[in-house]
Write a protein that binds this ligand. Structure first.
Ligand SMILES: Nc1nc2c(ncn2[C@@H]2O[C@H](COP(=O)(O)OP(=O)(O)OP(=O)(O)O)[C@@H](O)[C@H]2O)c(=O)[nH]1
Ligand SMILES: [Mg+2]
Length: 304
């Protein structure tokens, strides 16, 4: 199965929740009236497109009706597909890499979001492109977290930097940058903790890791990726707001899209946070993480 098919399959639940409901709505109504528009609005909100984004889409629909671009319920699906693709394509951004030398990626997010797994998948992705990859275990909070990353480094043929459990994560990041440079590594990916004693501690720790990396290499980390679990829906949006206080987030990795009917959250991350979604995860396999391509995503969501 190619990635597009896996993407479509991964989005099955969201498609059922959003697109199929819109279709049913269209079949159920001969004309566009207030009841129809109310139901459409509710459908969008239920798919976790977000209140603000839903309002934007509804305003576009009303305008489309006025301008006679939408004349009947059947016109609605292609209209929405275009509007949503338009939102997703705004300010589309690709991964930032160092012009020469080492590229550093810092990966943050709450516990269980999928950080370590994503790093393993990213490692496999870049190794396949022939890059030299190093993984750094700056989540020193649990020994198991270090071991989990060690397994990924072995599995994907990446170098690995670890300190002992409970040691200073910023020191791990510092050592990793030094070692990566000495070993001519192309991409260093730094794992971080998702939970500490308090949220304030976690944010302070992330700030420190970020500071240490940027002091060693101006302009680094080239990417600070926030990993968000799509199954948490709108909660993911509020997490994103929290993490921007700790580090400038350059992109979002949205995981577990396969496990949720709330895939509409992609649209609200893009439109409400203006954070680019750079990667999406649609399963637990290595090949289930892919760069986010807006057009492909909209197609997978709306195509029959
Ligand atoms: N179905 C599915 N599961 C995923 C995806 N990405 C990650 N997971 C699963 O989510 C669980 C948690 O992933 P981890 O990578 O350990 O999460 P983490 O953010 O590193 O968690 P902490 O280290 O506790 O902060 C694992 O069981 C992963 O296999 C995805 O795209 N789809
Ligand atoms: Mg982890």
């Amino acid at each position: 199965m190619g990635f597009f098919d896996r993407l479509k399959k991964g989005l099955n639940k969201t498609r059922e929740n959003l697109t199929n409901k819109i279709e049913k709505l269209i079949i159920g109504y001969a004309d566009i009236d207030d009841a129809f528009l109310d139901e459409l609005e509710e459908t969008l909100i239920m798919a976790d497109v977000g209140v603000t984004t839903t309002e934007k889409l509804m305003a576009a629909v009303r305008k489309g009706i006025k301008k006679k671009e939408i004349n009947s319920p059947e016109d609605l699906k292609p209209f929405l597909a275009r509007e949503i693709a338009g939102i997703l394509e705004q300010g589309e951004e690709t991964t930032r890499m160092a012009q020469t030398g080492l590229t550093v990626m810092l990966v943050v997010g709450v516990n269980g979001a999928g950080k370590t797994t994503t790093i393993g998948k990213l490692s496999a992705y870049y190794r396949e492109q022939g890059k030299k990859v190093m993984l750094a275990a700056a989540d020193t909070f649990r020994a198991a977290a270090i071991d989990q990353l060690a397994v990924w480094s072995q599995r994907t043929g990446a170098s690995f930097i670890r300190h002992e459990e409970g040691s200073d994560p910023a020191a791990v990041a510092f050592d990793a940058v030094k070692a990566a440079r000495a070993r001519n590594i192309d991409i260093l990916i730094v794992d971080t903790a998702g939970r500490l004693q308090t949220k304030a501690n976690l944010m302070e720790e992330l700030k420190k890791i970020h500071r240490v990396i940027s002091r060693e290499i101006p302009g680094a980390p080239h990417e600070t990726l926030l990993v968000l679990d799509a199954t948490t829906g709108q909660n993911a949006v509020s997490q994103a707001k929290l993490f921007t206080q700790a580090a400038p987030i350059s992109g979002v990795v949205l995981t577990k899209l396969d496990g949720t009917a709330k895939g509409g959250v992609v649209i609200s991350i893009k439109s409400e946070l203006s954070m680019p979604v750079k990667w999406i995860g649609v399963g637990e396999k290595v090949e289930d993480l892919r760069p986010f391509v807006p057009d492909e995503f909209a197609k997978a969501l709306f195509q029959d």
